[in-house]
Design a protein around this ligand. Structure first.
Ligand code: GLU
Length: 379
C-alpha cells in the first residue's frame, strides 16, 4: 500500500476518470429520523456531478432510497417490512426519488433518466446488451442515468437486494473507470472501528485476499441493505472489469469533490490493469465464433478508431449470435482484431455492404448503426 490514492492529482482515479458511477446509500439520501429527503445535501452532491459533467466526464448515479421514502409516505412502521410491503413502499418511493433527482439536476441543465434494473438484466445476455446499449446512448446524449433496482417486480430469486452489487454491475456494463460508493462508513478497516480503537482504515487495496475478507467481517451499516460484505463483492466485480472503486463516507457536503481532492478518507480498490486495457485484453482473449471480412476503407477507418459499419463489410463467416466475439480480417486474410458483434450472423449477412440508414428497411426493425462498436473492439 503506497498511499498515493486519496491525495489528489494523478494518483487519484477520480481526478482522471472519464466515466464514473456513483452509488448513494439510503442513509445519506433519506433522514433516518424524519424519513424525508435530505435536500440540502443532495444539492451539494449534484453540484459535484455537474462539475464532472462540465469536464466531459460521464456520470451514472445508482440511487437507493425508494423504500425509505415510500415507507414514510405510506405510513408503514419502522423495522423489517414484508416483501410485499417493501415492494409497495418502493413503488411509491421510486416516483419521489426520481423526481428529486430530476429537480436537483435540472437547474444545472442536466437531464435525468430513470433505469430500473433487475438481476436478470445482467444475467440474460439479450437483456444485458439492451440495457448496456440504452445506458451508453443516454450517456452519449448527455443525460445522467439514475439507476435503482426494480424493487416492485424483483422477488428474492431475481433480486440483487443491495445497490452495492448492482452498482458494480452497472459500472462494468457502462464501461466506467471509477465506481464511488458513498456510504455511511469511510472505508474498510482492519477491525470494527466502533468496537476496536486500534482499527485502522486501509488506503489502497490491490487484491482481495482472505485477510481482507476477514476484515470485512460483519461490519456495516444498519439502515441500507448492504454491509461491508456486499461492498467487497462489489469491489471484486469492479476490479475484474478494470474499474477502480472507492468506499467513502458520503455524509459531508460535496462528497465527490472532497474525494477527488483527497480530503475525504476512503478505501480505494485498484484493479491491476487500467479499465480500457483490461477490457481490450478480455476481448482479445476470447475465442471467436465467426469472422467479418472488411474492405480497405473499413480497415483504415478501424485504425483511426472508428466503429465497424456494415457498409465496409465484404463477407460474414460462421454462425454467431449477437454479443459473440468475432475476428475482423482484411480480404487478404490479415487479422485486424477482434470484437463483440452487435448482430446475429444472419442479420449481419443481410446488412453487409449497405448503409446503416438502410438497416430498418433490410431487417424490418431499427438496429444499431455499427456492426461492431469501437468500445467492443480490440485491434
Ligand atoms: N433498492 C433499494 C431502495 O431504493 C435500496 C437497496 C439498498 O439499499 O442497497 O430502497
Amino acid at each position: 500500500m503506497t498511499g498515493a490514492a486519496g491525495q489528489g492529482g494523478g494518483g487519484n482515479p477520480l481526478a482522471v476518470a472519464r466515466r464514473v458511477v456513483v452509488k448513494i446509500g439510503s442513509a445519506l439520501l433519506v433522514d433516518d429520523e424524519t424519513g424525508m429527503l435530505r435536500d440540502d445535501w443532495l444539492h451539494t452532491l449534484v453540484a459535484d456531478i455537474a462539475a464532472l459533467r462540465r469536464r466531459g466526464v460521464d456520470v451514472v448515479v445508482v440511487s437507493s432510497g425508494a423504500m425509505a421514502l415510500g415507507r414514510e409516505a405510506l405510513g408503514l412502521p419502522r423495522g423489517a417490512l414484508s416483501l410485499e410491503q417493501g415492494q409497495a413502499a418502493a413503488a411509491v418511493g421510486q416516483i419521489r426519488l426520481a423526481r428529486a433527482w430530476e429537480e436537483a439536476l435540472a437547474p444545472h441543465g442536466i437531464l435525468a433518466a430513470q433505469l430500473l434494473l433487475t438481476l436478470d438484466d445482467s444475467q440474460n445476455r439479450r437483456r444485458y446488451l439492451n440495457s448496456r446499449a440504452t445506458l451508453r446512448t443516454l450517456l452519449a446524449l448527455g443525460a445522467v442515468p439514475i439507476v435503482n433496482e426494480n424493487d416492485t417486480v424483483a422477488t428474492d430469486e431475481i433480486r440483487y437486494g443491495d445497490n452495492d452489487r448492482l452498482s458494480a454491475q452497472v459500472a462494468a456494463m457502462a464501461g466506467a473507470d471509477v465506481l464511488v460508493l458513498l456510504s455511511d462508513v469511510d472505508g474498510l478497516y482492519t477491525a470494527d472501528p466502533r468496537r476496536d480503537p486500534g482499527a485502522r482504515r486501509l488506503e489502497r487495496i490491490e487484491a482481495i485476499t482472505p485477510e481482507i475478507e476477514a476484515m470485512a467481517g460483519e461490519s456495516g451499516s444498519d439502515f441500507g441493505s448492504g454491509g461491508m460484505r456486499t461492498k467487497l463483492m462489489a469491489a471484486r466485480t469492479a476490479m475484474r472489469a478494470g474499474v477502480a472503486m472507492a468506499i467513502t463516507h458520503g455524509g459531508r457536503p460535496h462528497p465527490l469533490l472532497a474525494l477527488e481532492r483527497g480530503e475525504a478518507p476512503a478505501t480505494w480498490f485498484l484493479p491491476a490493469a487500467d479499465p480500457h486495457a483490461a477490457r481490450k485484453q478480455w476481448i482479445a482473449g476470447m475465442k471467436p465464433k465467426g469472422r467479418i471480412v472488411v474492405d480497405d476503407g473499413a480497415a483504415k477507418a478501424l485504425a483511426r478508431g472508428s466503429s465497424l459499419l456494415p457498409v465496409g463489410v465484404k463477407a460474414i463467416e460462421g454462425s454467431f449470435m449477437r454479443g459473440d466475439p468475432v475476428e475482423i480480417r482484411t480480404e487478404g486474410g490479415a487479422l485486424l482484431g477482434k470484437g463483440l458483434v452487435a448482430y446475429p450472423a444472419e442479420d449481419a449477412r443481410r446488412i453487409m455492404g449497405r448503409h446503416s440508414r438502410e438497416i430498418p428497411a433490410l431487417l424490418g426493425h431499427p438496429g444499431r448503426a455499427a456492426l461492431v462498436h469501437r468500445d467492443d473492439m480490440a485491434l
